[in-house]
Write a protein that binds this ligand. Structure first.
Ligand code: COA
Length: 155
């Protein structure tokens, strides 16, 4: 299985199983996989097998300041709860910050959005973002199916 197929199947299984697999795969390809001016994909491998994925997105820019957004993130089911998500988050964020620093750009704000009912991811992002500002918008995708936005300004 090539990398794109493996990443698409992790995201499909963990986040988008209600959608078509082909649709999810196309969506990733159209993001500029694995790297574009706005989207940076990272994978985490365990024993040579891709176990997790994150895609950082440049949401906005003003002068030398950047707002970073997490466009996609998932750890394959059997690898969850073992610290891999935290490791992938930290390592990929360090690399994005370094990449932007080389362009003389600085991350001013990190933002993440997650479904209201996704308690595991909410607790994950609350932990890695360190006392984030949280905004909940109810009934976005449907009744009782809202979205939580978490923001962490960086000084
Ligand atoms: C959310 C996700 C990325 C976290 O990755 P992970 O490797 O499982 O997380 P870690 O093992 O690094 O855990 C870090 C923290 O996340 C939270 N967490 C992890 N598993 C949890 C669970 N089952 N229940 C509640 N909180 C949990 C905890 O705060 C944990 O800190 P702790 O170990 O000190 O308690 C992963 O569970 C996942 O891929 N979920 C499905 C896809 C998804 O929801 N993606 C994000 C939204 S698009």
């Amino acid at each position: 299985m090539d990398e794109l197929e493996r990443v698409a199947s992790i995201l499909w299984e963990e986040v988008y199983s209600e959608l078509d697999y082909a649709y999810v795969r196309k969506w990733i390809e159209e993001s500029g996989w694995p790297f574009s001016a706005y989207n940076f994909w990272f994978v985490l491998a365990v024993d040579g097998k891709i176990a997790g994925v994150i895609c950082w997105n440049i949401f906005d820019r003003y002068g030398s300041k950047v707002i970073l957004n997490v466009a996609w993130m998932a750890i394959a089911g059997e690898y969850q709860g073992k610290g891999y998500g935290t490791a992938l988050w930290k390592h990929s964020l360090e690399q994005v910050i370094q990449y932007l620093a080389n362009l003389e750009e600085k991350v001013a704000l990190i933002m993440v959005q997650v479904d209201e009912e996704n308690n595991k991811a909410r607790s994950f992002f609350r932990k890695v973002l360190v006392q984030p500002i949280e905004v909940i918008i109810h009934n976005v995708w449907g009744e009782n199916n809202g979205v939580v936005f978490l923001f962490m300004p960086l000084s």
